[in-house]
Design a protein around this ligand. Sequence first.
Ligand SMILES: O=C(O)COP(=O)(O)O
Ligand SMILES: [Mg+2]
Length: 222
Amino acid sequence: MTEPVALFDLDGTLVDSAPDIHAALDRLMARLGRPGFARAEVIGMIGDGVRVLVERALAARGLPFDPAALESFSADYTVRAAEATALFPGIAETLAGLEAAGWRLAVCTNKPAAATAALLGALGLSGRFAAVGGGDSFPVRKPDPGHLLGTLAAAGGGTDRAVMIGDHRNDILAARGAGVPSLFAGWGYGRPEMAEGAAAVIDSPAALLPALLALPLGHGPG
Ligand SMILES: O=C(O)COP(=O)(O)O
Ligand SMILES: [Mg+2]
């Protein structure tokens, strides 16, 4: 039997990345001669991938979508994604605890693969994950279950022994579509109503490890 797989969302679940996303959006706005944003506005724009993020930011400043702005944001953000971004407190212990319990770890994020790889590398997490599925790794992305299923397959796992942990409606919907249970990361960027359909809402990373280990994920390896 394959090992259980924990599929983690990235932004707002493993890492507090809003400061660097915010800074990169403000730099884009400065280049366009527009004012920057408040942190809460930026947090409300995160979750549907970089194209939608830039689209929302431009729209908030009365500007139409522009592929050049998207390219400009992406080039800047990818090399500066880890300036202020860190794991949420308690996440490192959660990952270590899962590994010690024989779980495989994976990342399923709508953040593009290049920025994801740069960020995980800067945080010293490269190699900790059996698979990393970015927002442009597959033809589809969350909430499409194909993103989760593709990441899970790359991690060598099966839907009978996997769980998705995420802070956005898209994470919960992708899991439901894939037939995988999900836990809602209450410490993240999503609004409480986005948890609908999750097996449970977890309030802090410290509470995540016991919740994961208590899940009935088929029969254990031994
Ligand atoms: O890039 C986004 O919009 C969100 O990324 P996430 O899927 O890791 O939360
Ligand atoms: Mg997220």
